[in-house]
Write a protein that binds this ligand. Structure first.
Ligand code: 17E
Ligand code: FE2
Length: 431
């Protein structure tokens, strides 16, 4: 369906804009098109007009860090995380993951995707735990990536939750071998978890393996990196240096990096030079890490998140992730990126008016940078007509009100409007 979306507010423009969408792409964007096009004799037959009443249009949200294979497992017998730590979460998942099946993972993940979609997300980077000799999570998410590609772009990380060198499968397979198998099967990104390896040397070796595999298979990198309050966990520097040496810094993401929240300033000052040169991305999961970190602290208690403000001020890309939805790590999480954004602005103390006016970049363009979406993303003529409408008229108001997403459009097709739930004809609701 070709559509003229009239009266859209787009950040950075003073006057309402009209967006013409034909064959799934933006073909014209400008002021007053609803008047001008017919006056210019443009053939408007078959073009429906939708009045957006001055509401804010922005590119879809990107959830750059989610574990779709873990969602809604928090209430499984044996999954309860009593200490609330990351490491007990990993243990509980390990203890309870033997009974996964492809169908059951897909059913849970499909529900999570529907929730994310309803909050305006159209791009998700999901980890798939490959420390499992059957690779059940990965098989399920590969199928789902294909089945749902018309409504959501899913990138999959071949992620060794139990370590590349700490994990041994029943036939002696290492986590590293399983990560590589995951790449051969079609995962988009190489994962790692150096802070979980048995010793620093294994963690360092895993960073070499991650970068080697990314080069060998031509994939992106997304490492769970330094997800600990321990300021001596400094794998991010090795990851950045190795990726930079291979010229793939921009294809690399360090997720979590909580230890930077505990590192001293002189170390961070030195590291910043490398990060700026390497141009790696950071993905922050503020709600989970606020909950999981600081658990060995009494008071003062650390906040757990990486240095979002300082990285941003140095021109280093930071994007956001929901990370968990009711899993052994975190009992909440509903895919609402406006909540995630709200937390990060508080935790990182980013509330100058300039920062607030610019804050929507975190779940949008910064996410697209992390995911390397390139020209496939953004509100511009010639690009796919993927966008959301927020119940606000300015970026500040959207952040201030934690605005609802009232419409989501993908390749010119409406996924939902405020009056509807996710369209039941979408493939996501079947199967
Ligand atoms: N696994 C992990 O290593 N870290 C996390 N925050 C979650 C899963 C949710
Ligand atoms: Fe994670």
């Amino acid at each position: 369906m070709d559509t003229l979306y009239a009266n859209a507010r787009i950040a950075g423009t003073d006057k309402p804009q009209d967006l013409l969408v034909e064959e799934g792409r933006f073909t014209r964007i400008g002021e007053g098109l609803a008047r001008e096009l017919p006056a210019q004799g443009y053939d408007m037959t078959g073009i429906e007009t939708v009045d957006l009443n001055g509401k804010l249009v922005c590119p879809p949200f990107c959830d750059t860090h989610l574990h779709l294979d873990y969602v809604f497992t928090a209430r499984k017998p044996g999954a309860a995380n009593e200490s609330g730590t990351l490491f007990e979460g990993i243990q509980r998942w390990s203890d309870t993951k033997a009974d996964l099946t492809v169908d059951e993972v897909k059913t849970r993940a499909r529900k999570a995707v529907a929730m994310e979609l309803r909050h305006g997300v159209q791009y998700i980077r999901s980890h798939a735990d490959v420390t499992d000799p059957n690779l059940t999570s990965l098989k399920a998410l590969l199928e789902l990536r294909e089945e749902l590609k018309d409504v959501v772009t899913i990138q999959i990380v071949s992620f060794p939750q139990e370590g590349m060198y700490s994990y041994r499968g029943p036939h002696g397979e290492t986590g590293a071998e399983l990560v590589e198998e995951g790449l051969r099967m079609g995962a988009d990104c190489v994962g790692g978890i150096p802070h979980y390896e048995a010793c620093r040397e294994f963690g360092e070796r895993s960073m070499h393996t991650v970068v080697d595999l990314a080069v060998k298979y031509g994939r992106l990198i997304d490492v769970h990196c330094d997800e600990t309050d321990d300021p001596n966990s400094r794998f991010v520097e090795l990851l950045a240096a190795l990726a930079h040496a291979e010229g793939i810094g921009e294809m690399t993401t360090a997720s979590h990096t909580c230890s930077l929240g505990s590192a001293d300033n002189s170390y961070f000052f030195h590291l910043t030079k490398l990060l700026k040169a390497a141009r790696i991305n950071f993905a922050c999961a503020p709600t989970e890490n606020l909950y999981l970190q600081g658990r060995q602290d009494t008071f003062p208690k650390r906040r757990g998140i990486t240095r979002v403000k300082e990285l941003t001020d140095n021109g280093i890309n930071v994007s956001l992730g929901q990370d968990s939805m009711q899993d052994p790590w975190y009992p909440l999480g509903n895919g609402n990126m406006m909540i995630i954004l709200d937390y990060v602005l508080h935790l990182a103390q980013m509330m100058s008016f300039a920062e607030l006016d610019d804050a929507l970049k975190f779940p949008t363009v910064n996410g697209a940078t992390t995911m390397h979406l390139g020209d496939g993303y953004g509100i511009a003529e010639g690009r796919p007509a993927n966008f959301i409408v927020l119940d606000a008229t300015t970026p500040f108001e959207a952040v201030y009100e934690r605005a609802d997403v009232v419409r989501s459009v993908r390749a010119g097709c409406t996924l939902f409007t405020a009056e509807t739930t996710v369209d039941t004809d979408l493939p996501i609701m079947r199967g």
